[in-house]
Design a protein around this ligand. Structure first.
Ligand SMILES: *Cc1c(COP(=O)(O)O)cnc(C)c1O
Length: 375
């Protein structure tokens, strides 16, 4: 087996090449490289897909989170509750805006925010909560939204890893992740479930006034050109990326299915292994497997990774250092925050190749190799 990758974008591209090449060529010919018609079309199509009123495209997922926090008018020192078990971008924007990150633990099964920890972390200074739908699984939004509502705190969903996932509430209502909080944010980084061929991101909301503010902030604080109402930034989705994303959006459900099928294969293979814990699937949402992440028990993870590499099987640790222990946040003095589940998981997780093009032959090679290595 050769050339296995964590994410195989080349094979995916080859299947939609004709459509993609034509779309790119069309933008190049049009010269509407910035704010061309594809950008608005994509925003409208994505809004329909997600069932939200407004989609504001922007330059990347990190900007989406930053713009969301800016639009809520948070002031330096305000507290923002989030998980330490996430990609750094979720937390970096909090620090960048001089807000105070307050870290809560995650549940060992879903890898997402533990609701009791959130309840304990709420203070009168809490001005936002950012749940992260990690690895493609939704946080427990029904409980979180109820708690947030009780305290009148806005929820911003970091949906960068879960676009396409659906959440079913106990009354039967079904919503897409990213559409449940006051604001949802996503990233179109190439390896994400809906990835462009460069950077990109978007912000979602059902609140029309908030949508106006988000749009203004992403566009130098202006509604009318050259009349700047507030300090904003320059954050746009390129027309070429929008044209590509319009095509890939039509395949998103099929891509999520392909990821779930690969996960089913792995799950079945590892079912009886005493040393491997397969990913939990919360009953309230569909898992879209941005990552397929196992917990290894009673084995040396470094050794496992090394032996997999010897068999040309890539694997990754997402993430080797939890956010609260990053030097970036030293001044906040949060390194000693008691997050036992986060610390435990960070030491035992490993992610296997996961993408839309994995064949059964590749999956069985990967699974059998890992079973052989872990005993
Ligand atoms: C990818 C990612 C981001 C940031 O997205 P970029 O487009 O790379 O800026 C934010 N949060 C999470 C959880 C992510 O996985």
């Amino acid at each position: 087996m050769h050339n296995l990758q964590m994410v195989d974008l080349k094979r995916q591209y080859s299947k939609i090449k004709t459509e993609i090449d034509a779309a790119i060529q069309n933008v190049v010919e049009s010269t509407a490289y910035i704010n061309g018609p594809d950008v608005n079309h994509f925003a409208t199509e994505l809004a329909t897909y997600l069932g939200v009123k407004h989609v504001i495209p922007c330059a990347n997922g990190t900007d989406a989170l930053q713009i969301a926090l800016m639009a809520l008018g948070l002031q330096p020192g305000d507290e923002v509750i989030t998980a330490s078990y996430t990609y750094i971008a979720t937390v970096e924007v909090v620090a960048l805006l001089r807000l105070k990150p307050v870290f809560v633990d995650v549940d060992a099964d879903t890898f997402t925010m533990n609701i009791d920890s959130v309840r304990k972390a709420i203070t009168p200074k809490t001005k936002a909560i950012i749940p992260v739908h990690l690895y493609g699984q939704s946080a427990n939004m029904e409980a979180l939204l109820a708690l947030a509502k009780e305290h009148n705190i806005p929820v911003i969903e970091d949906n960068a890893q879960a676009i396409g996932s659906s959440y079913t509430f106990s009354d039967g209502t079904v919503k897409k992740t990213g559409s449940m909080g006051v604001i949802g944010c996503t990233s179109f980084f190439p390896s994400k479930n809906l990835g462009g061929y460069g950077d990109g991101g978007a912000i979602f909301t059902n609140d029309s006034a908030l949508a106006e503010t988000l749009k203004m902030i992403a566009n130098h604080g202006q509604k009318t050109r050259y009349y700047h109402e507030m300090v904003g930034c320059n954050s746009r989705l390129d027309t070429i990326q929008a044209a590509i994303l319009r095509i890939k959006l039509r395949h998103l459900d099929e891509y999520c299915d392909a990821r779930r099928a690969a996960a089913d294969f792995y799950d079945a293979a590892f079912k009886n292994s005493p040393n491997i814990v397969t990913p939990f699937r919360a009953p309230y949402s569909t898992h879209v497997f941005h990552q397929y992440t196992l917990q290894l028990k009673n084995v040396n993870r470094d050794e496992v990774q090394k032996k997999l590499a010897e068999k040309n099987i890539p694997s990754m640790i997402y993430y080797p250092v939890p956010c609260h222990k990053q030097n970036m946040l030293k001044e906040y003095g949060v390194a000693d925050t008691y997050l036992p589940v986060t610390d435990m998981l960070q030491d035992c997780v490993i992610s296997l190749p996961m993408h839309t093009e994995l064949t059964n032959e590749e999956l069985s090679y990967i699974a059998n190799s890992l079973l052989e290595i872990t005993g």
